[in-house]
Design a protein around this ligand. Structure first.
Ligand SMILES: C[S@@+](CC[C@H](N)C(=O)[O-])C[C@H]1O[C@@H](n2cnc3c(N)ncnc32)[C@H](O)[C@@H]1O
Length: 300
């Protein structure tokens, strides 16, 4: 059976996306201990709500919603995890842009790397606000993925300027083409605070995750091993339904020549990286831009 979209994303490395100290701080700042009910939109395997549940007021009620039936089906292990943290858990199938819940249902609504996949993130934010109770908090963890093309590593550090620009151009065309296909904006995190303001949320605050996964030989920490496993299984931020070629075609036929030239020129860069890792020559600080954006629904 072909892999579903989500399997690409759900390697063990997702367990290393946040530093515990940062989450402790955020839980305090966002008063998570005052929130009983949590809705995780685009929950996948609930990696995100599993991190948040220990901070919630008890008893807690966690609902996960996903439009992929695979994740909306109840998983006994996930349920047991929440049970251990004194939280009832319910899995629901549904669309982030038309949430099947009544107005004013949850103390907190959250998502992690969901808005980068939806065709209309403003609509999803409006829906998440609708189902929040007055006084409740919307919390979105969304990245800018484009910056990854400018994160230096020991191989790219000496690339000439034209090559660096080619990598940025390639990633940007993919990002724009994906958006044009209605598959979301990979760097929408930059725009989420403005979208929350437009939706009428108050007290909007933006933080950056302090997580980096530095890679350096001999790559033997748990998180480095998990990241390497993820890298070897393919792109970490592109669905399997569409290829880069589809994104280029959607962006404009005139860019297809650049696509061909790029593939011919840089097609072996994955092997080069693999070899450098095997030779223990690859290293990078492993930075990323992951925003944590919160807003409050005004009490009526
Ligand atoms: C990158 S994964 C993130 C999963 C999870 N939030 C996490 O951080 O591990 C995106 C998830 O959003 C779901 N998704 C995408 N578009 C959706 C939509 N319109 N409504 C509900 N879920 C959606 C996908 O099925 C997938 O499970």
């Amino acid at each position: 059976m072909a892999q579903g979209h989500s399997e690409n994303y759900f390697g063990e490395y997702r367990n290393f996306w946040w530093n515990k100290g940062f989450l402790n701080l955020m839980a305090k700042r966002l008063n998570l201990a005052q929130h009983h009910s949590l809705l995780d939109v685009g929950c996948g395997q609930c990696h995100w709500s599993k991190l948040l549940v220990p901070y919630l007021a008890k008893p807690a009620y966690v609902t996960g919603i996903d439009n992929d039936t695979k994740w909306a089906a109840e998983d006994p292990e996930i349920r047991a995890y929440f049970h251990y943290h004194q939280a009832a858990f319910e899995a629901v199938e549904g669309n982030a842009q038309a949430l099947p819940f009544a107005d004013n249902s949850f103390d907190m609504v959250t998502c992690q790397t969901l808005l980068i996949h939806v065709p209309n993130p403003k609509r999803a934010i409006a829906e998440m606000k609708r189902v929040l109770k007055p006084g409740g908090t919307l919390l979105c963890a969304e990245p800018n993925n484009l910056v990854q093309t400018l994160i230096k590593n020991s191989l790219s550090a000496t690339d000439d300027i034209e090559e660096v620009l080619d990598h940025v151009k390639y990633a940007l065309i993919c990002e724009r083409g994906k958006k044009r296909l209605g598959q979301g904006d990979n760097s929408v995190g930059d725009l989420v605070p403005g979208m929350m303001a437009e939706a009428g949320l108050q007290d909007i605050e933006v933080r950056l995750s302090d997580k980096a996964i530095p890679m350096y030989p001999p790559y033997n920490t748990q998180e480095q091993q998990a990241a390497l496993k993820q890298w070897s299984s393919g792109s970490a931020w592109q669905g399997t339904q569409y290829s880069d070629y589809d994104f280029f075609r959607a962006f404009g036929e005139e860019y297809l020549q650049f696509y061909e030239d790029y593939r011919a020129h840089y097609g072996s860069s994955g092997n080069r990286m693999q070899e450098a890792i095997e030779d223990k020559e690859y290293h990078s600080a492993g930075g990323a831009i992951m925003y944590l954006i919160s807003g409050v629904k005004q009490s009526e």
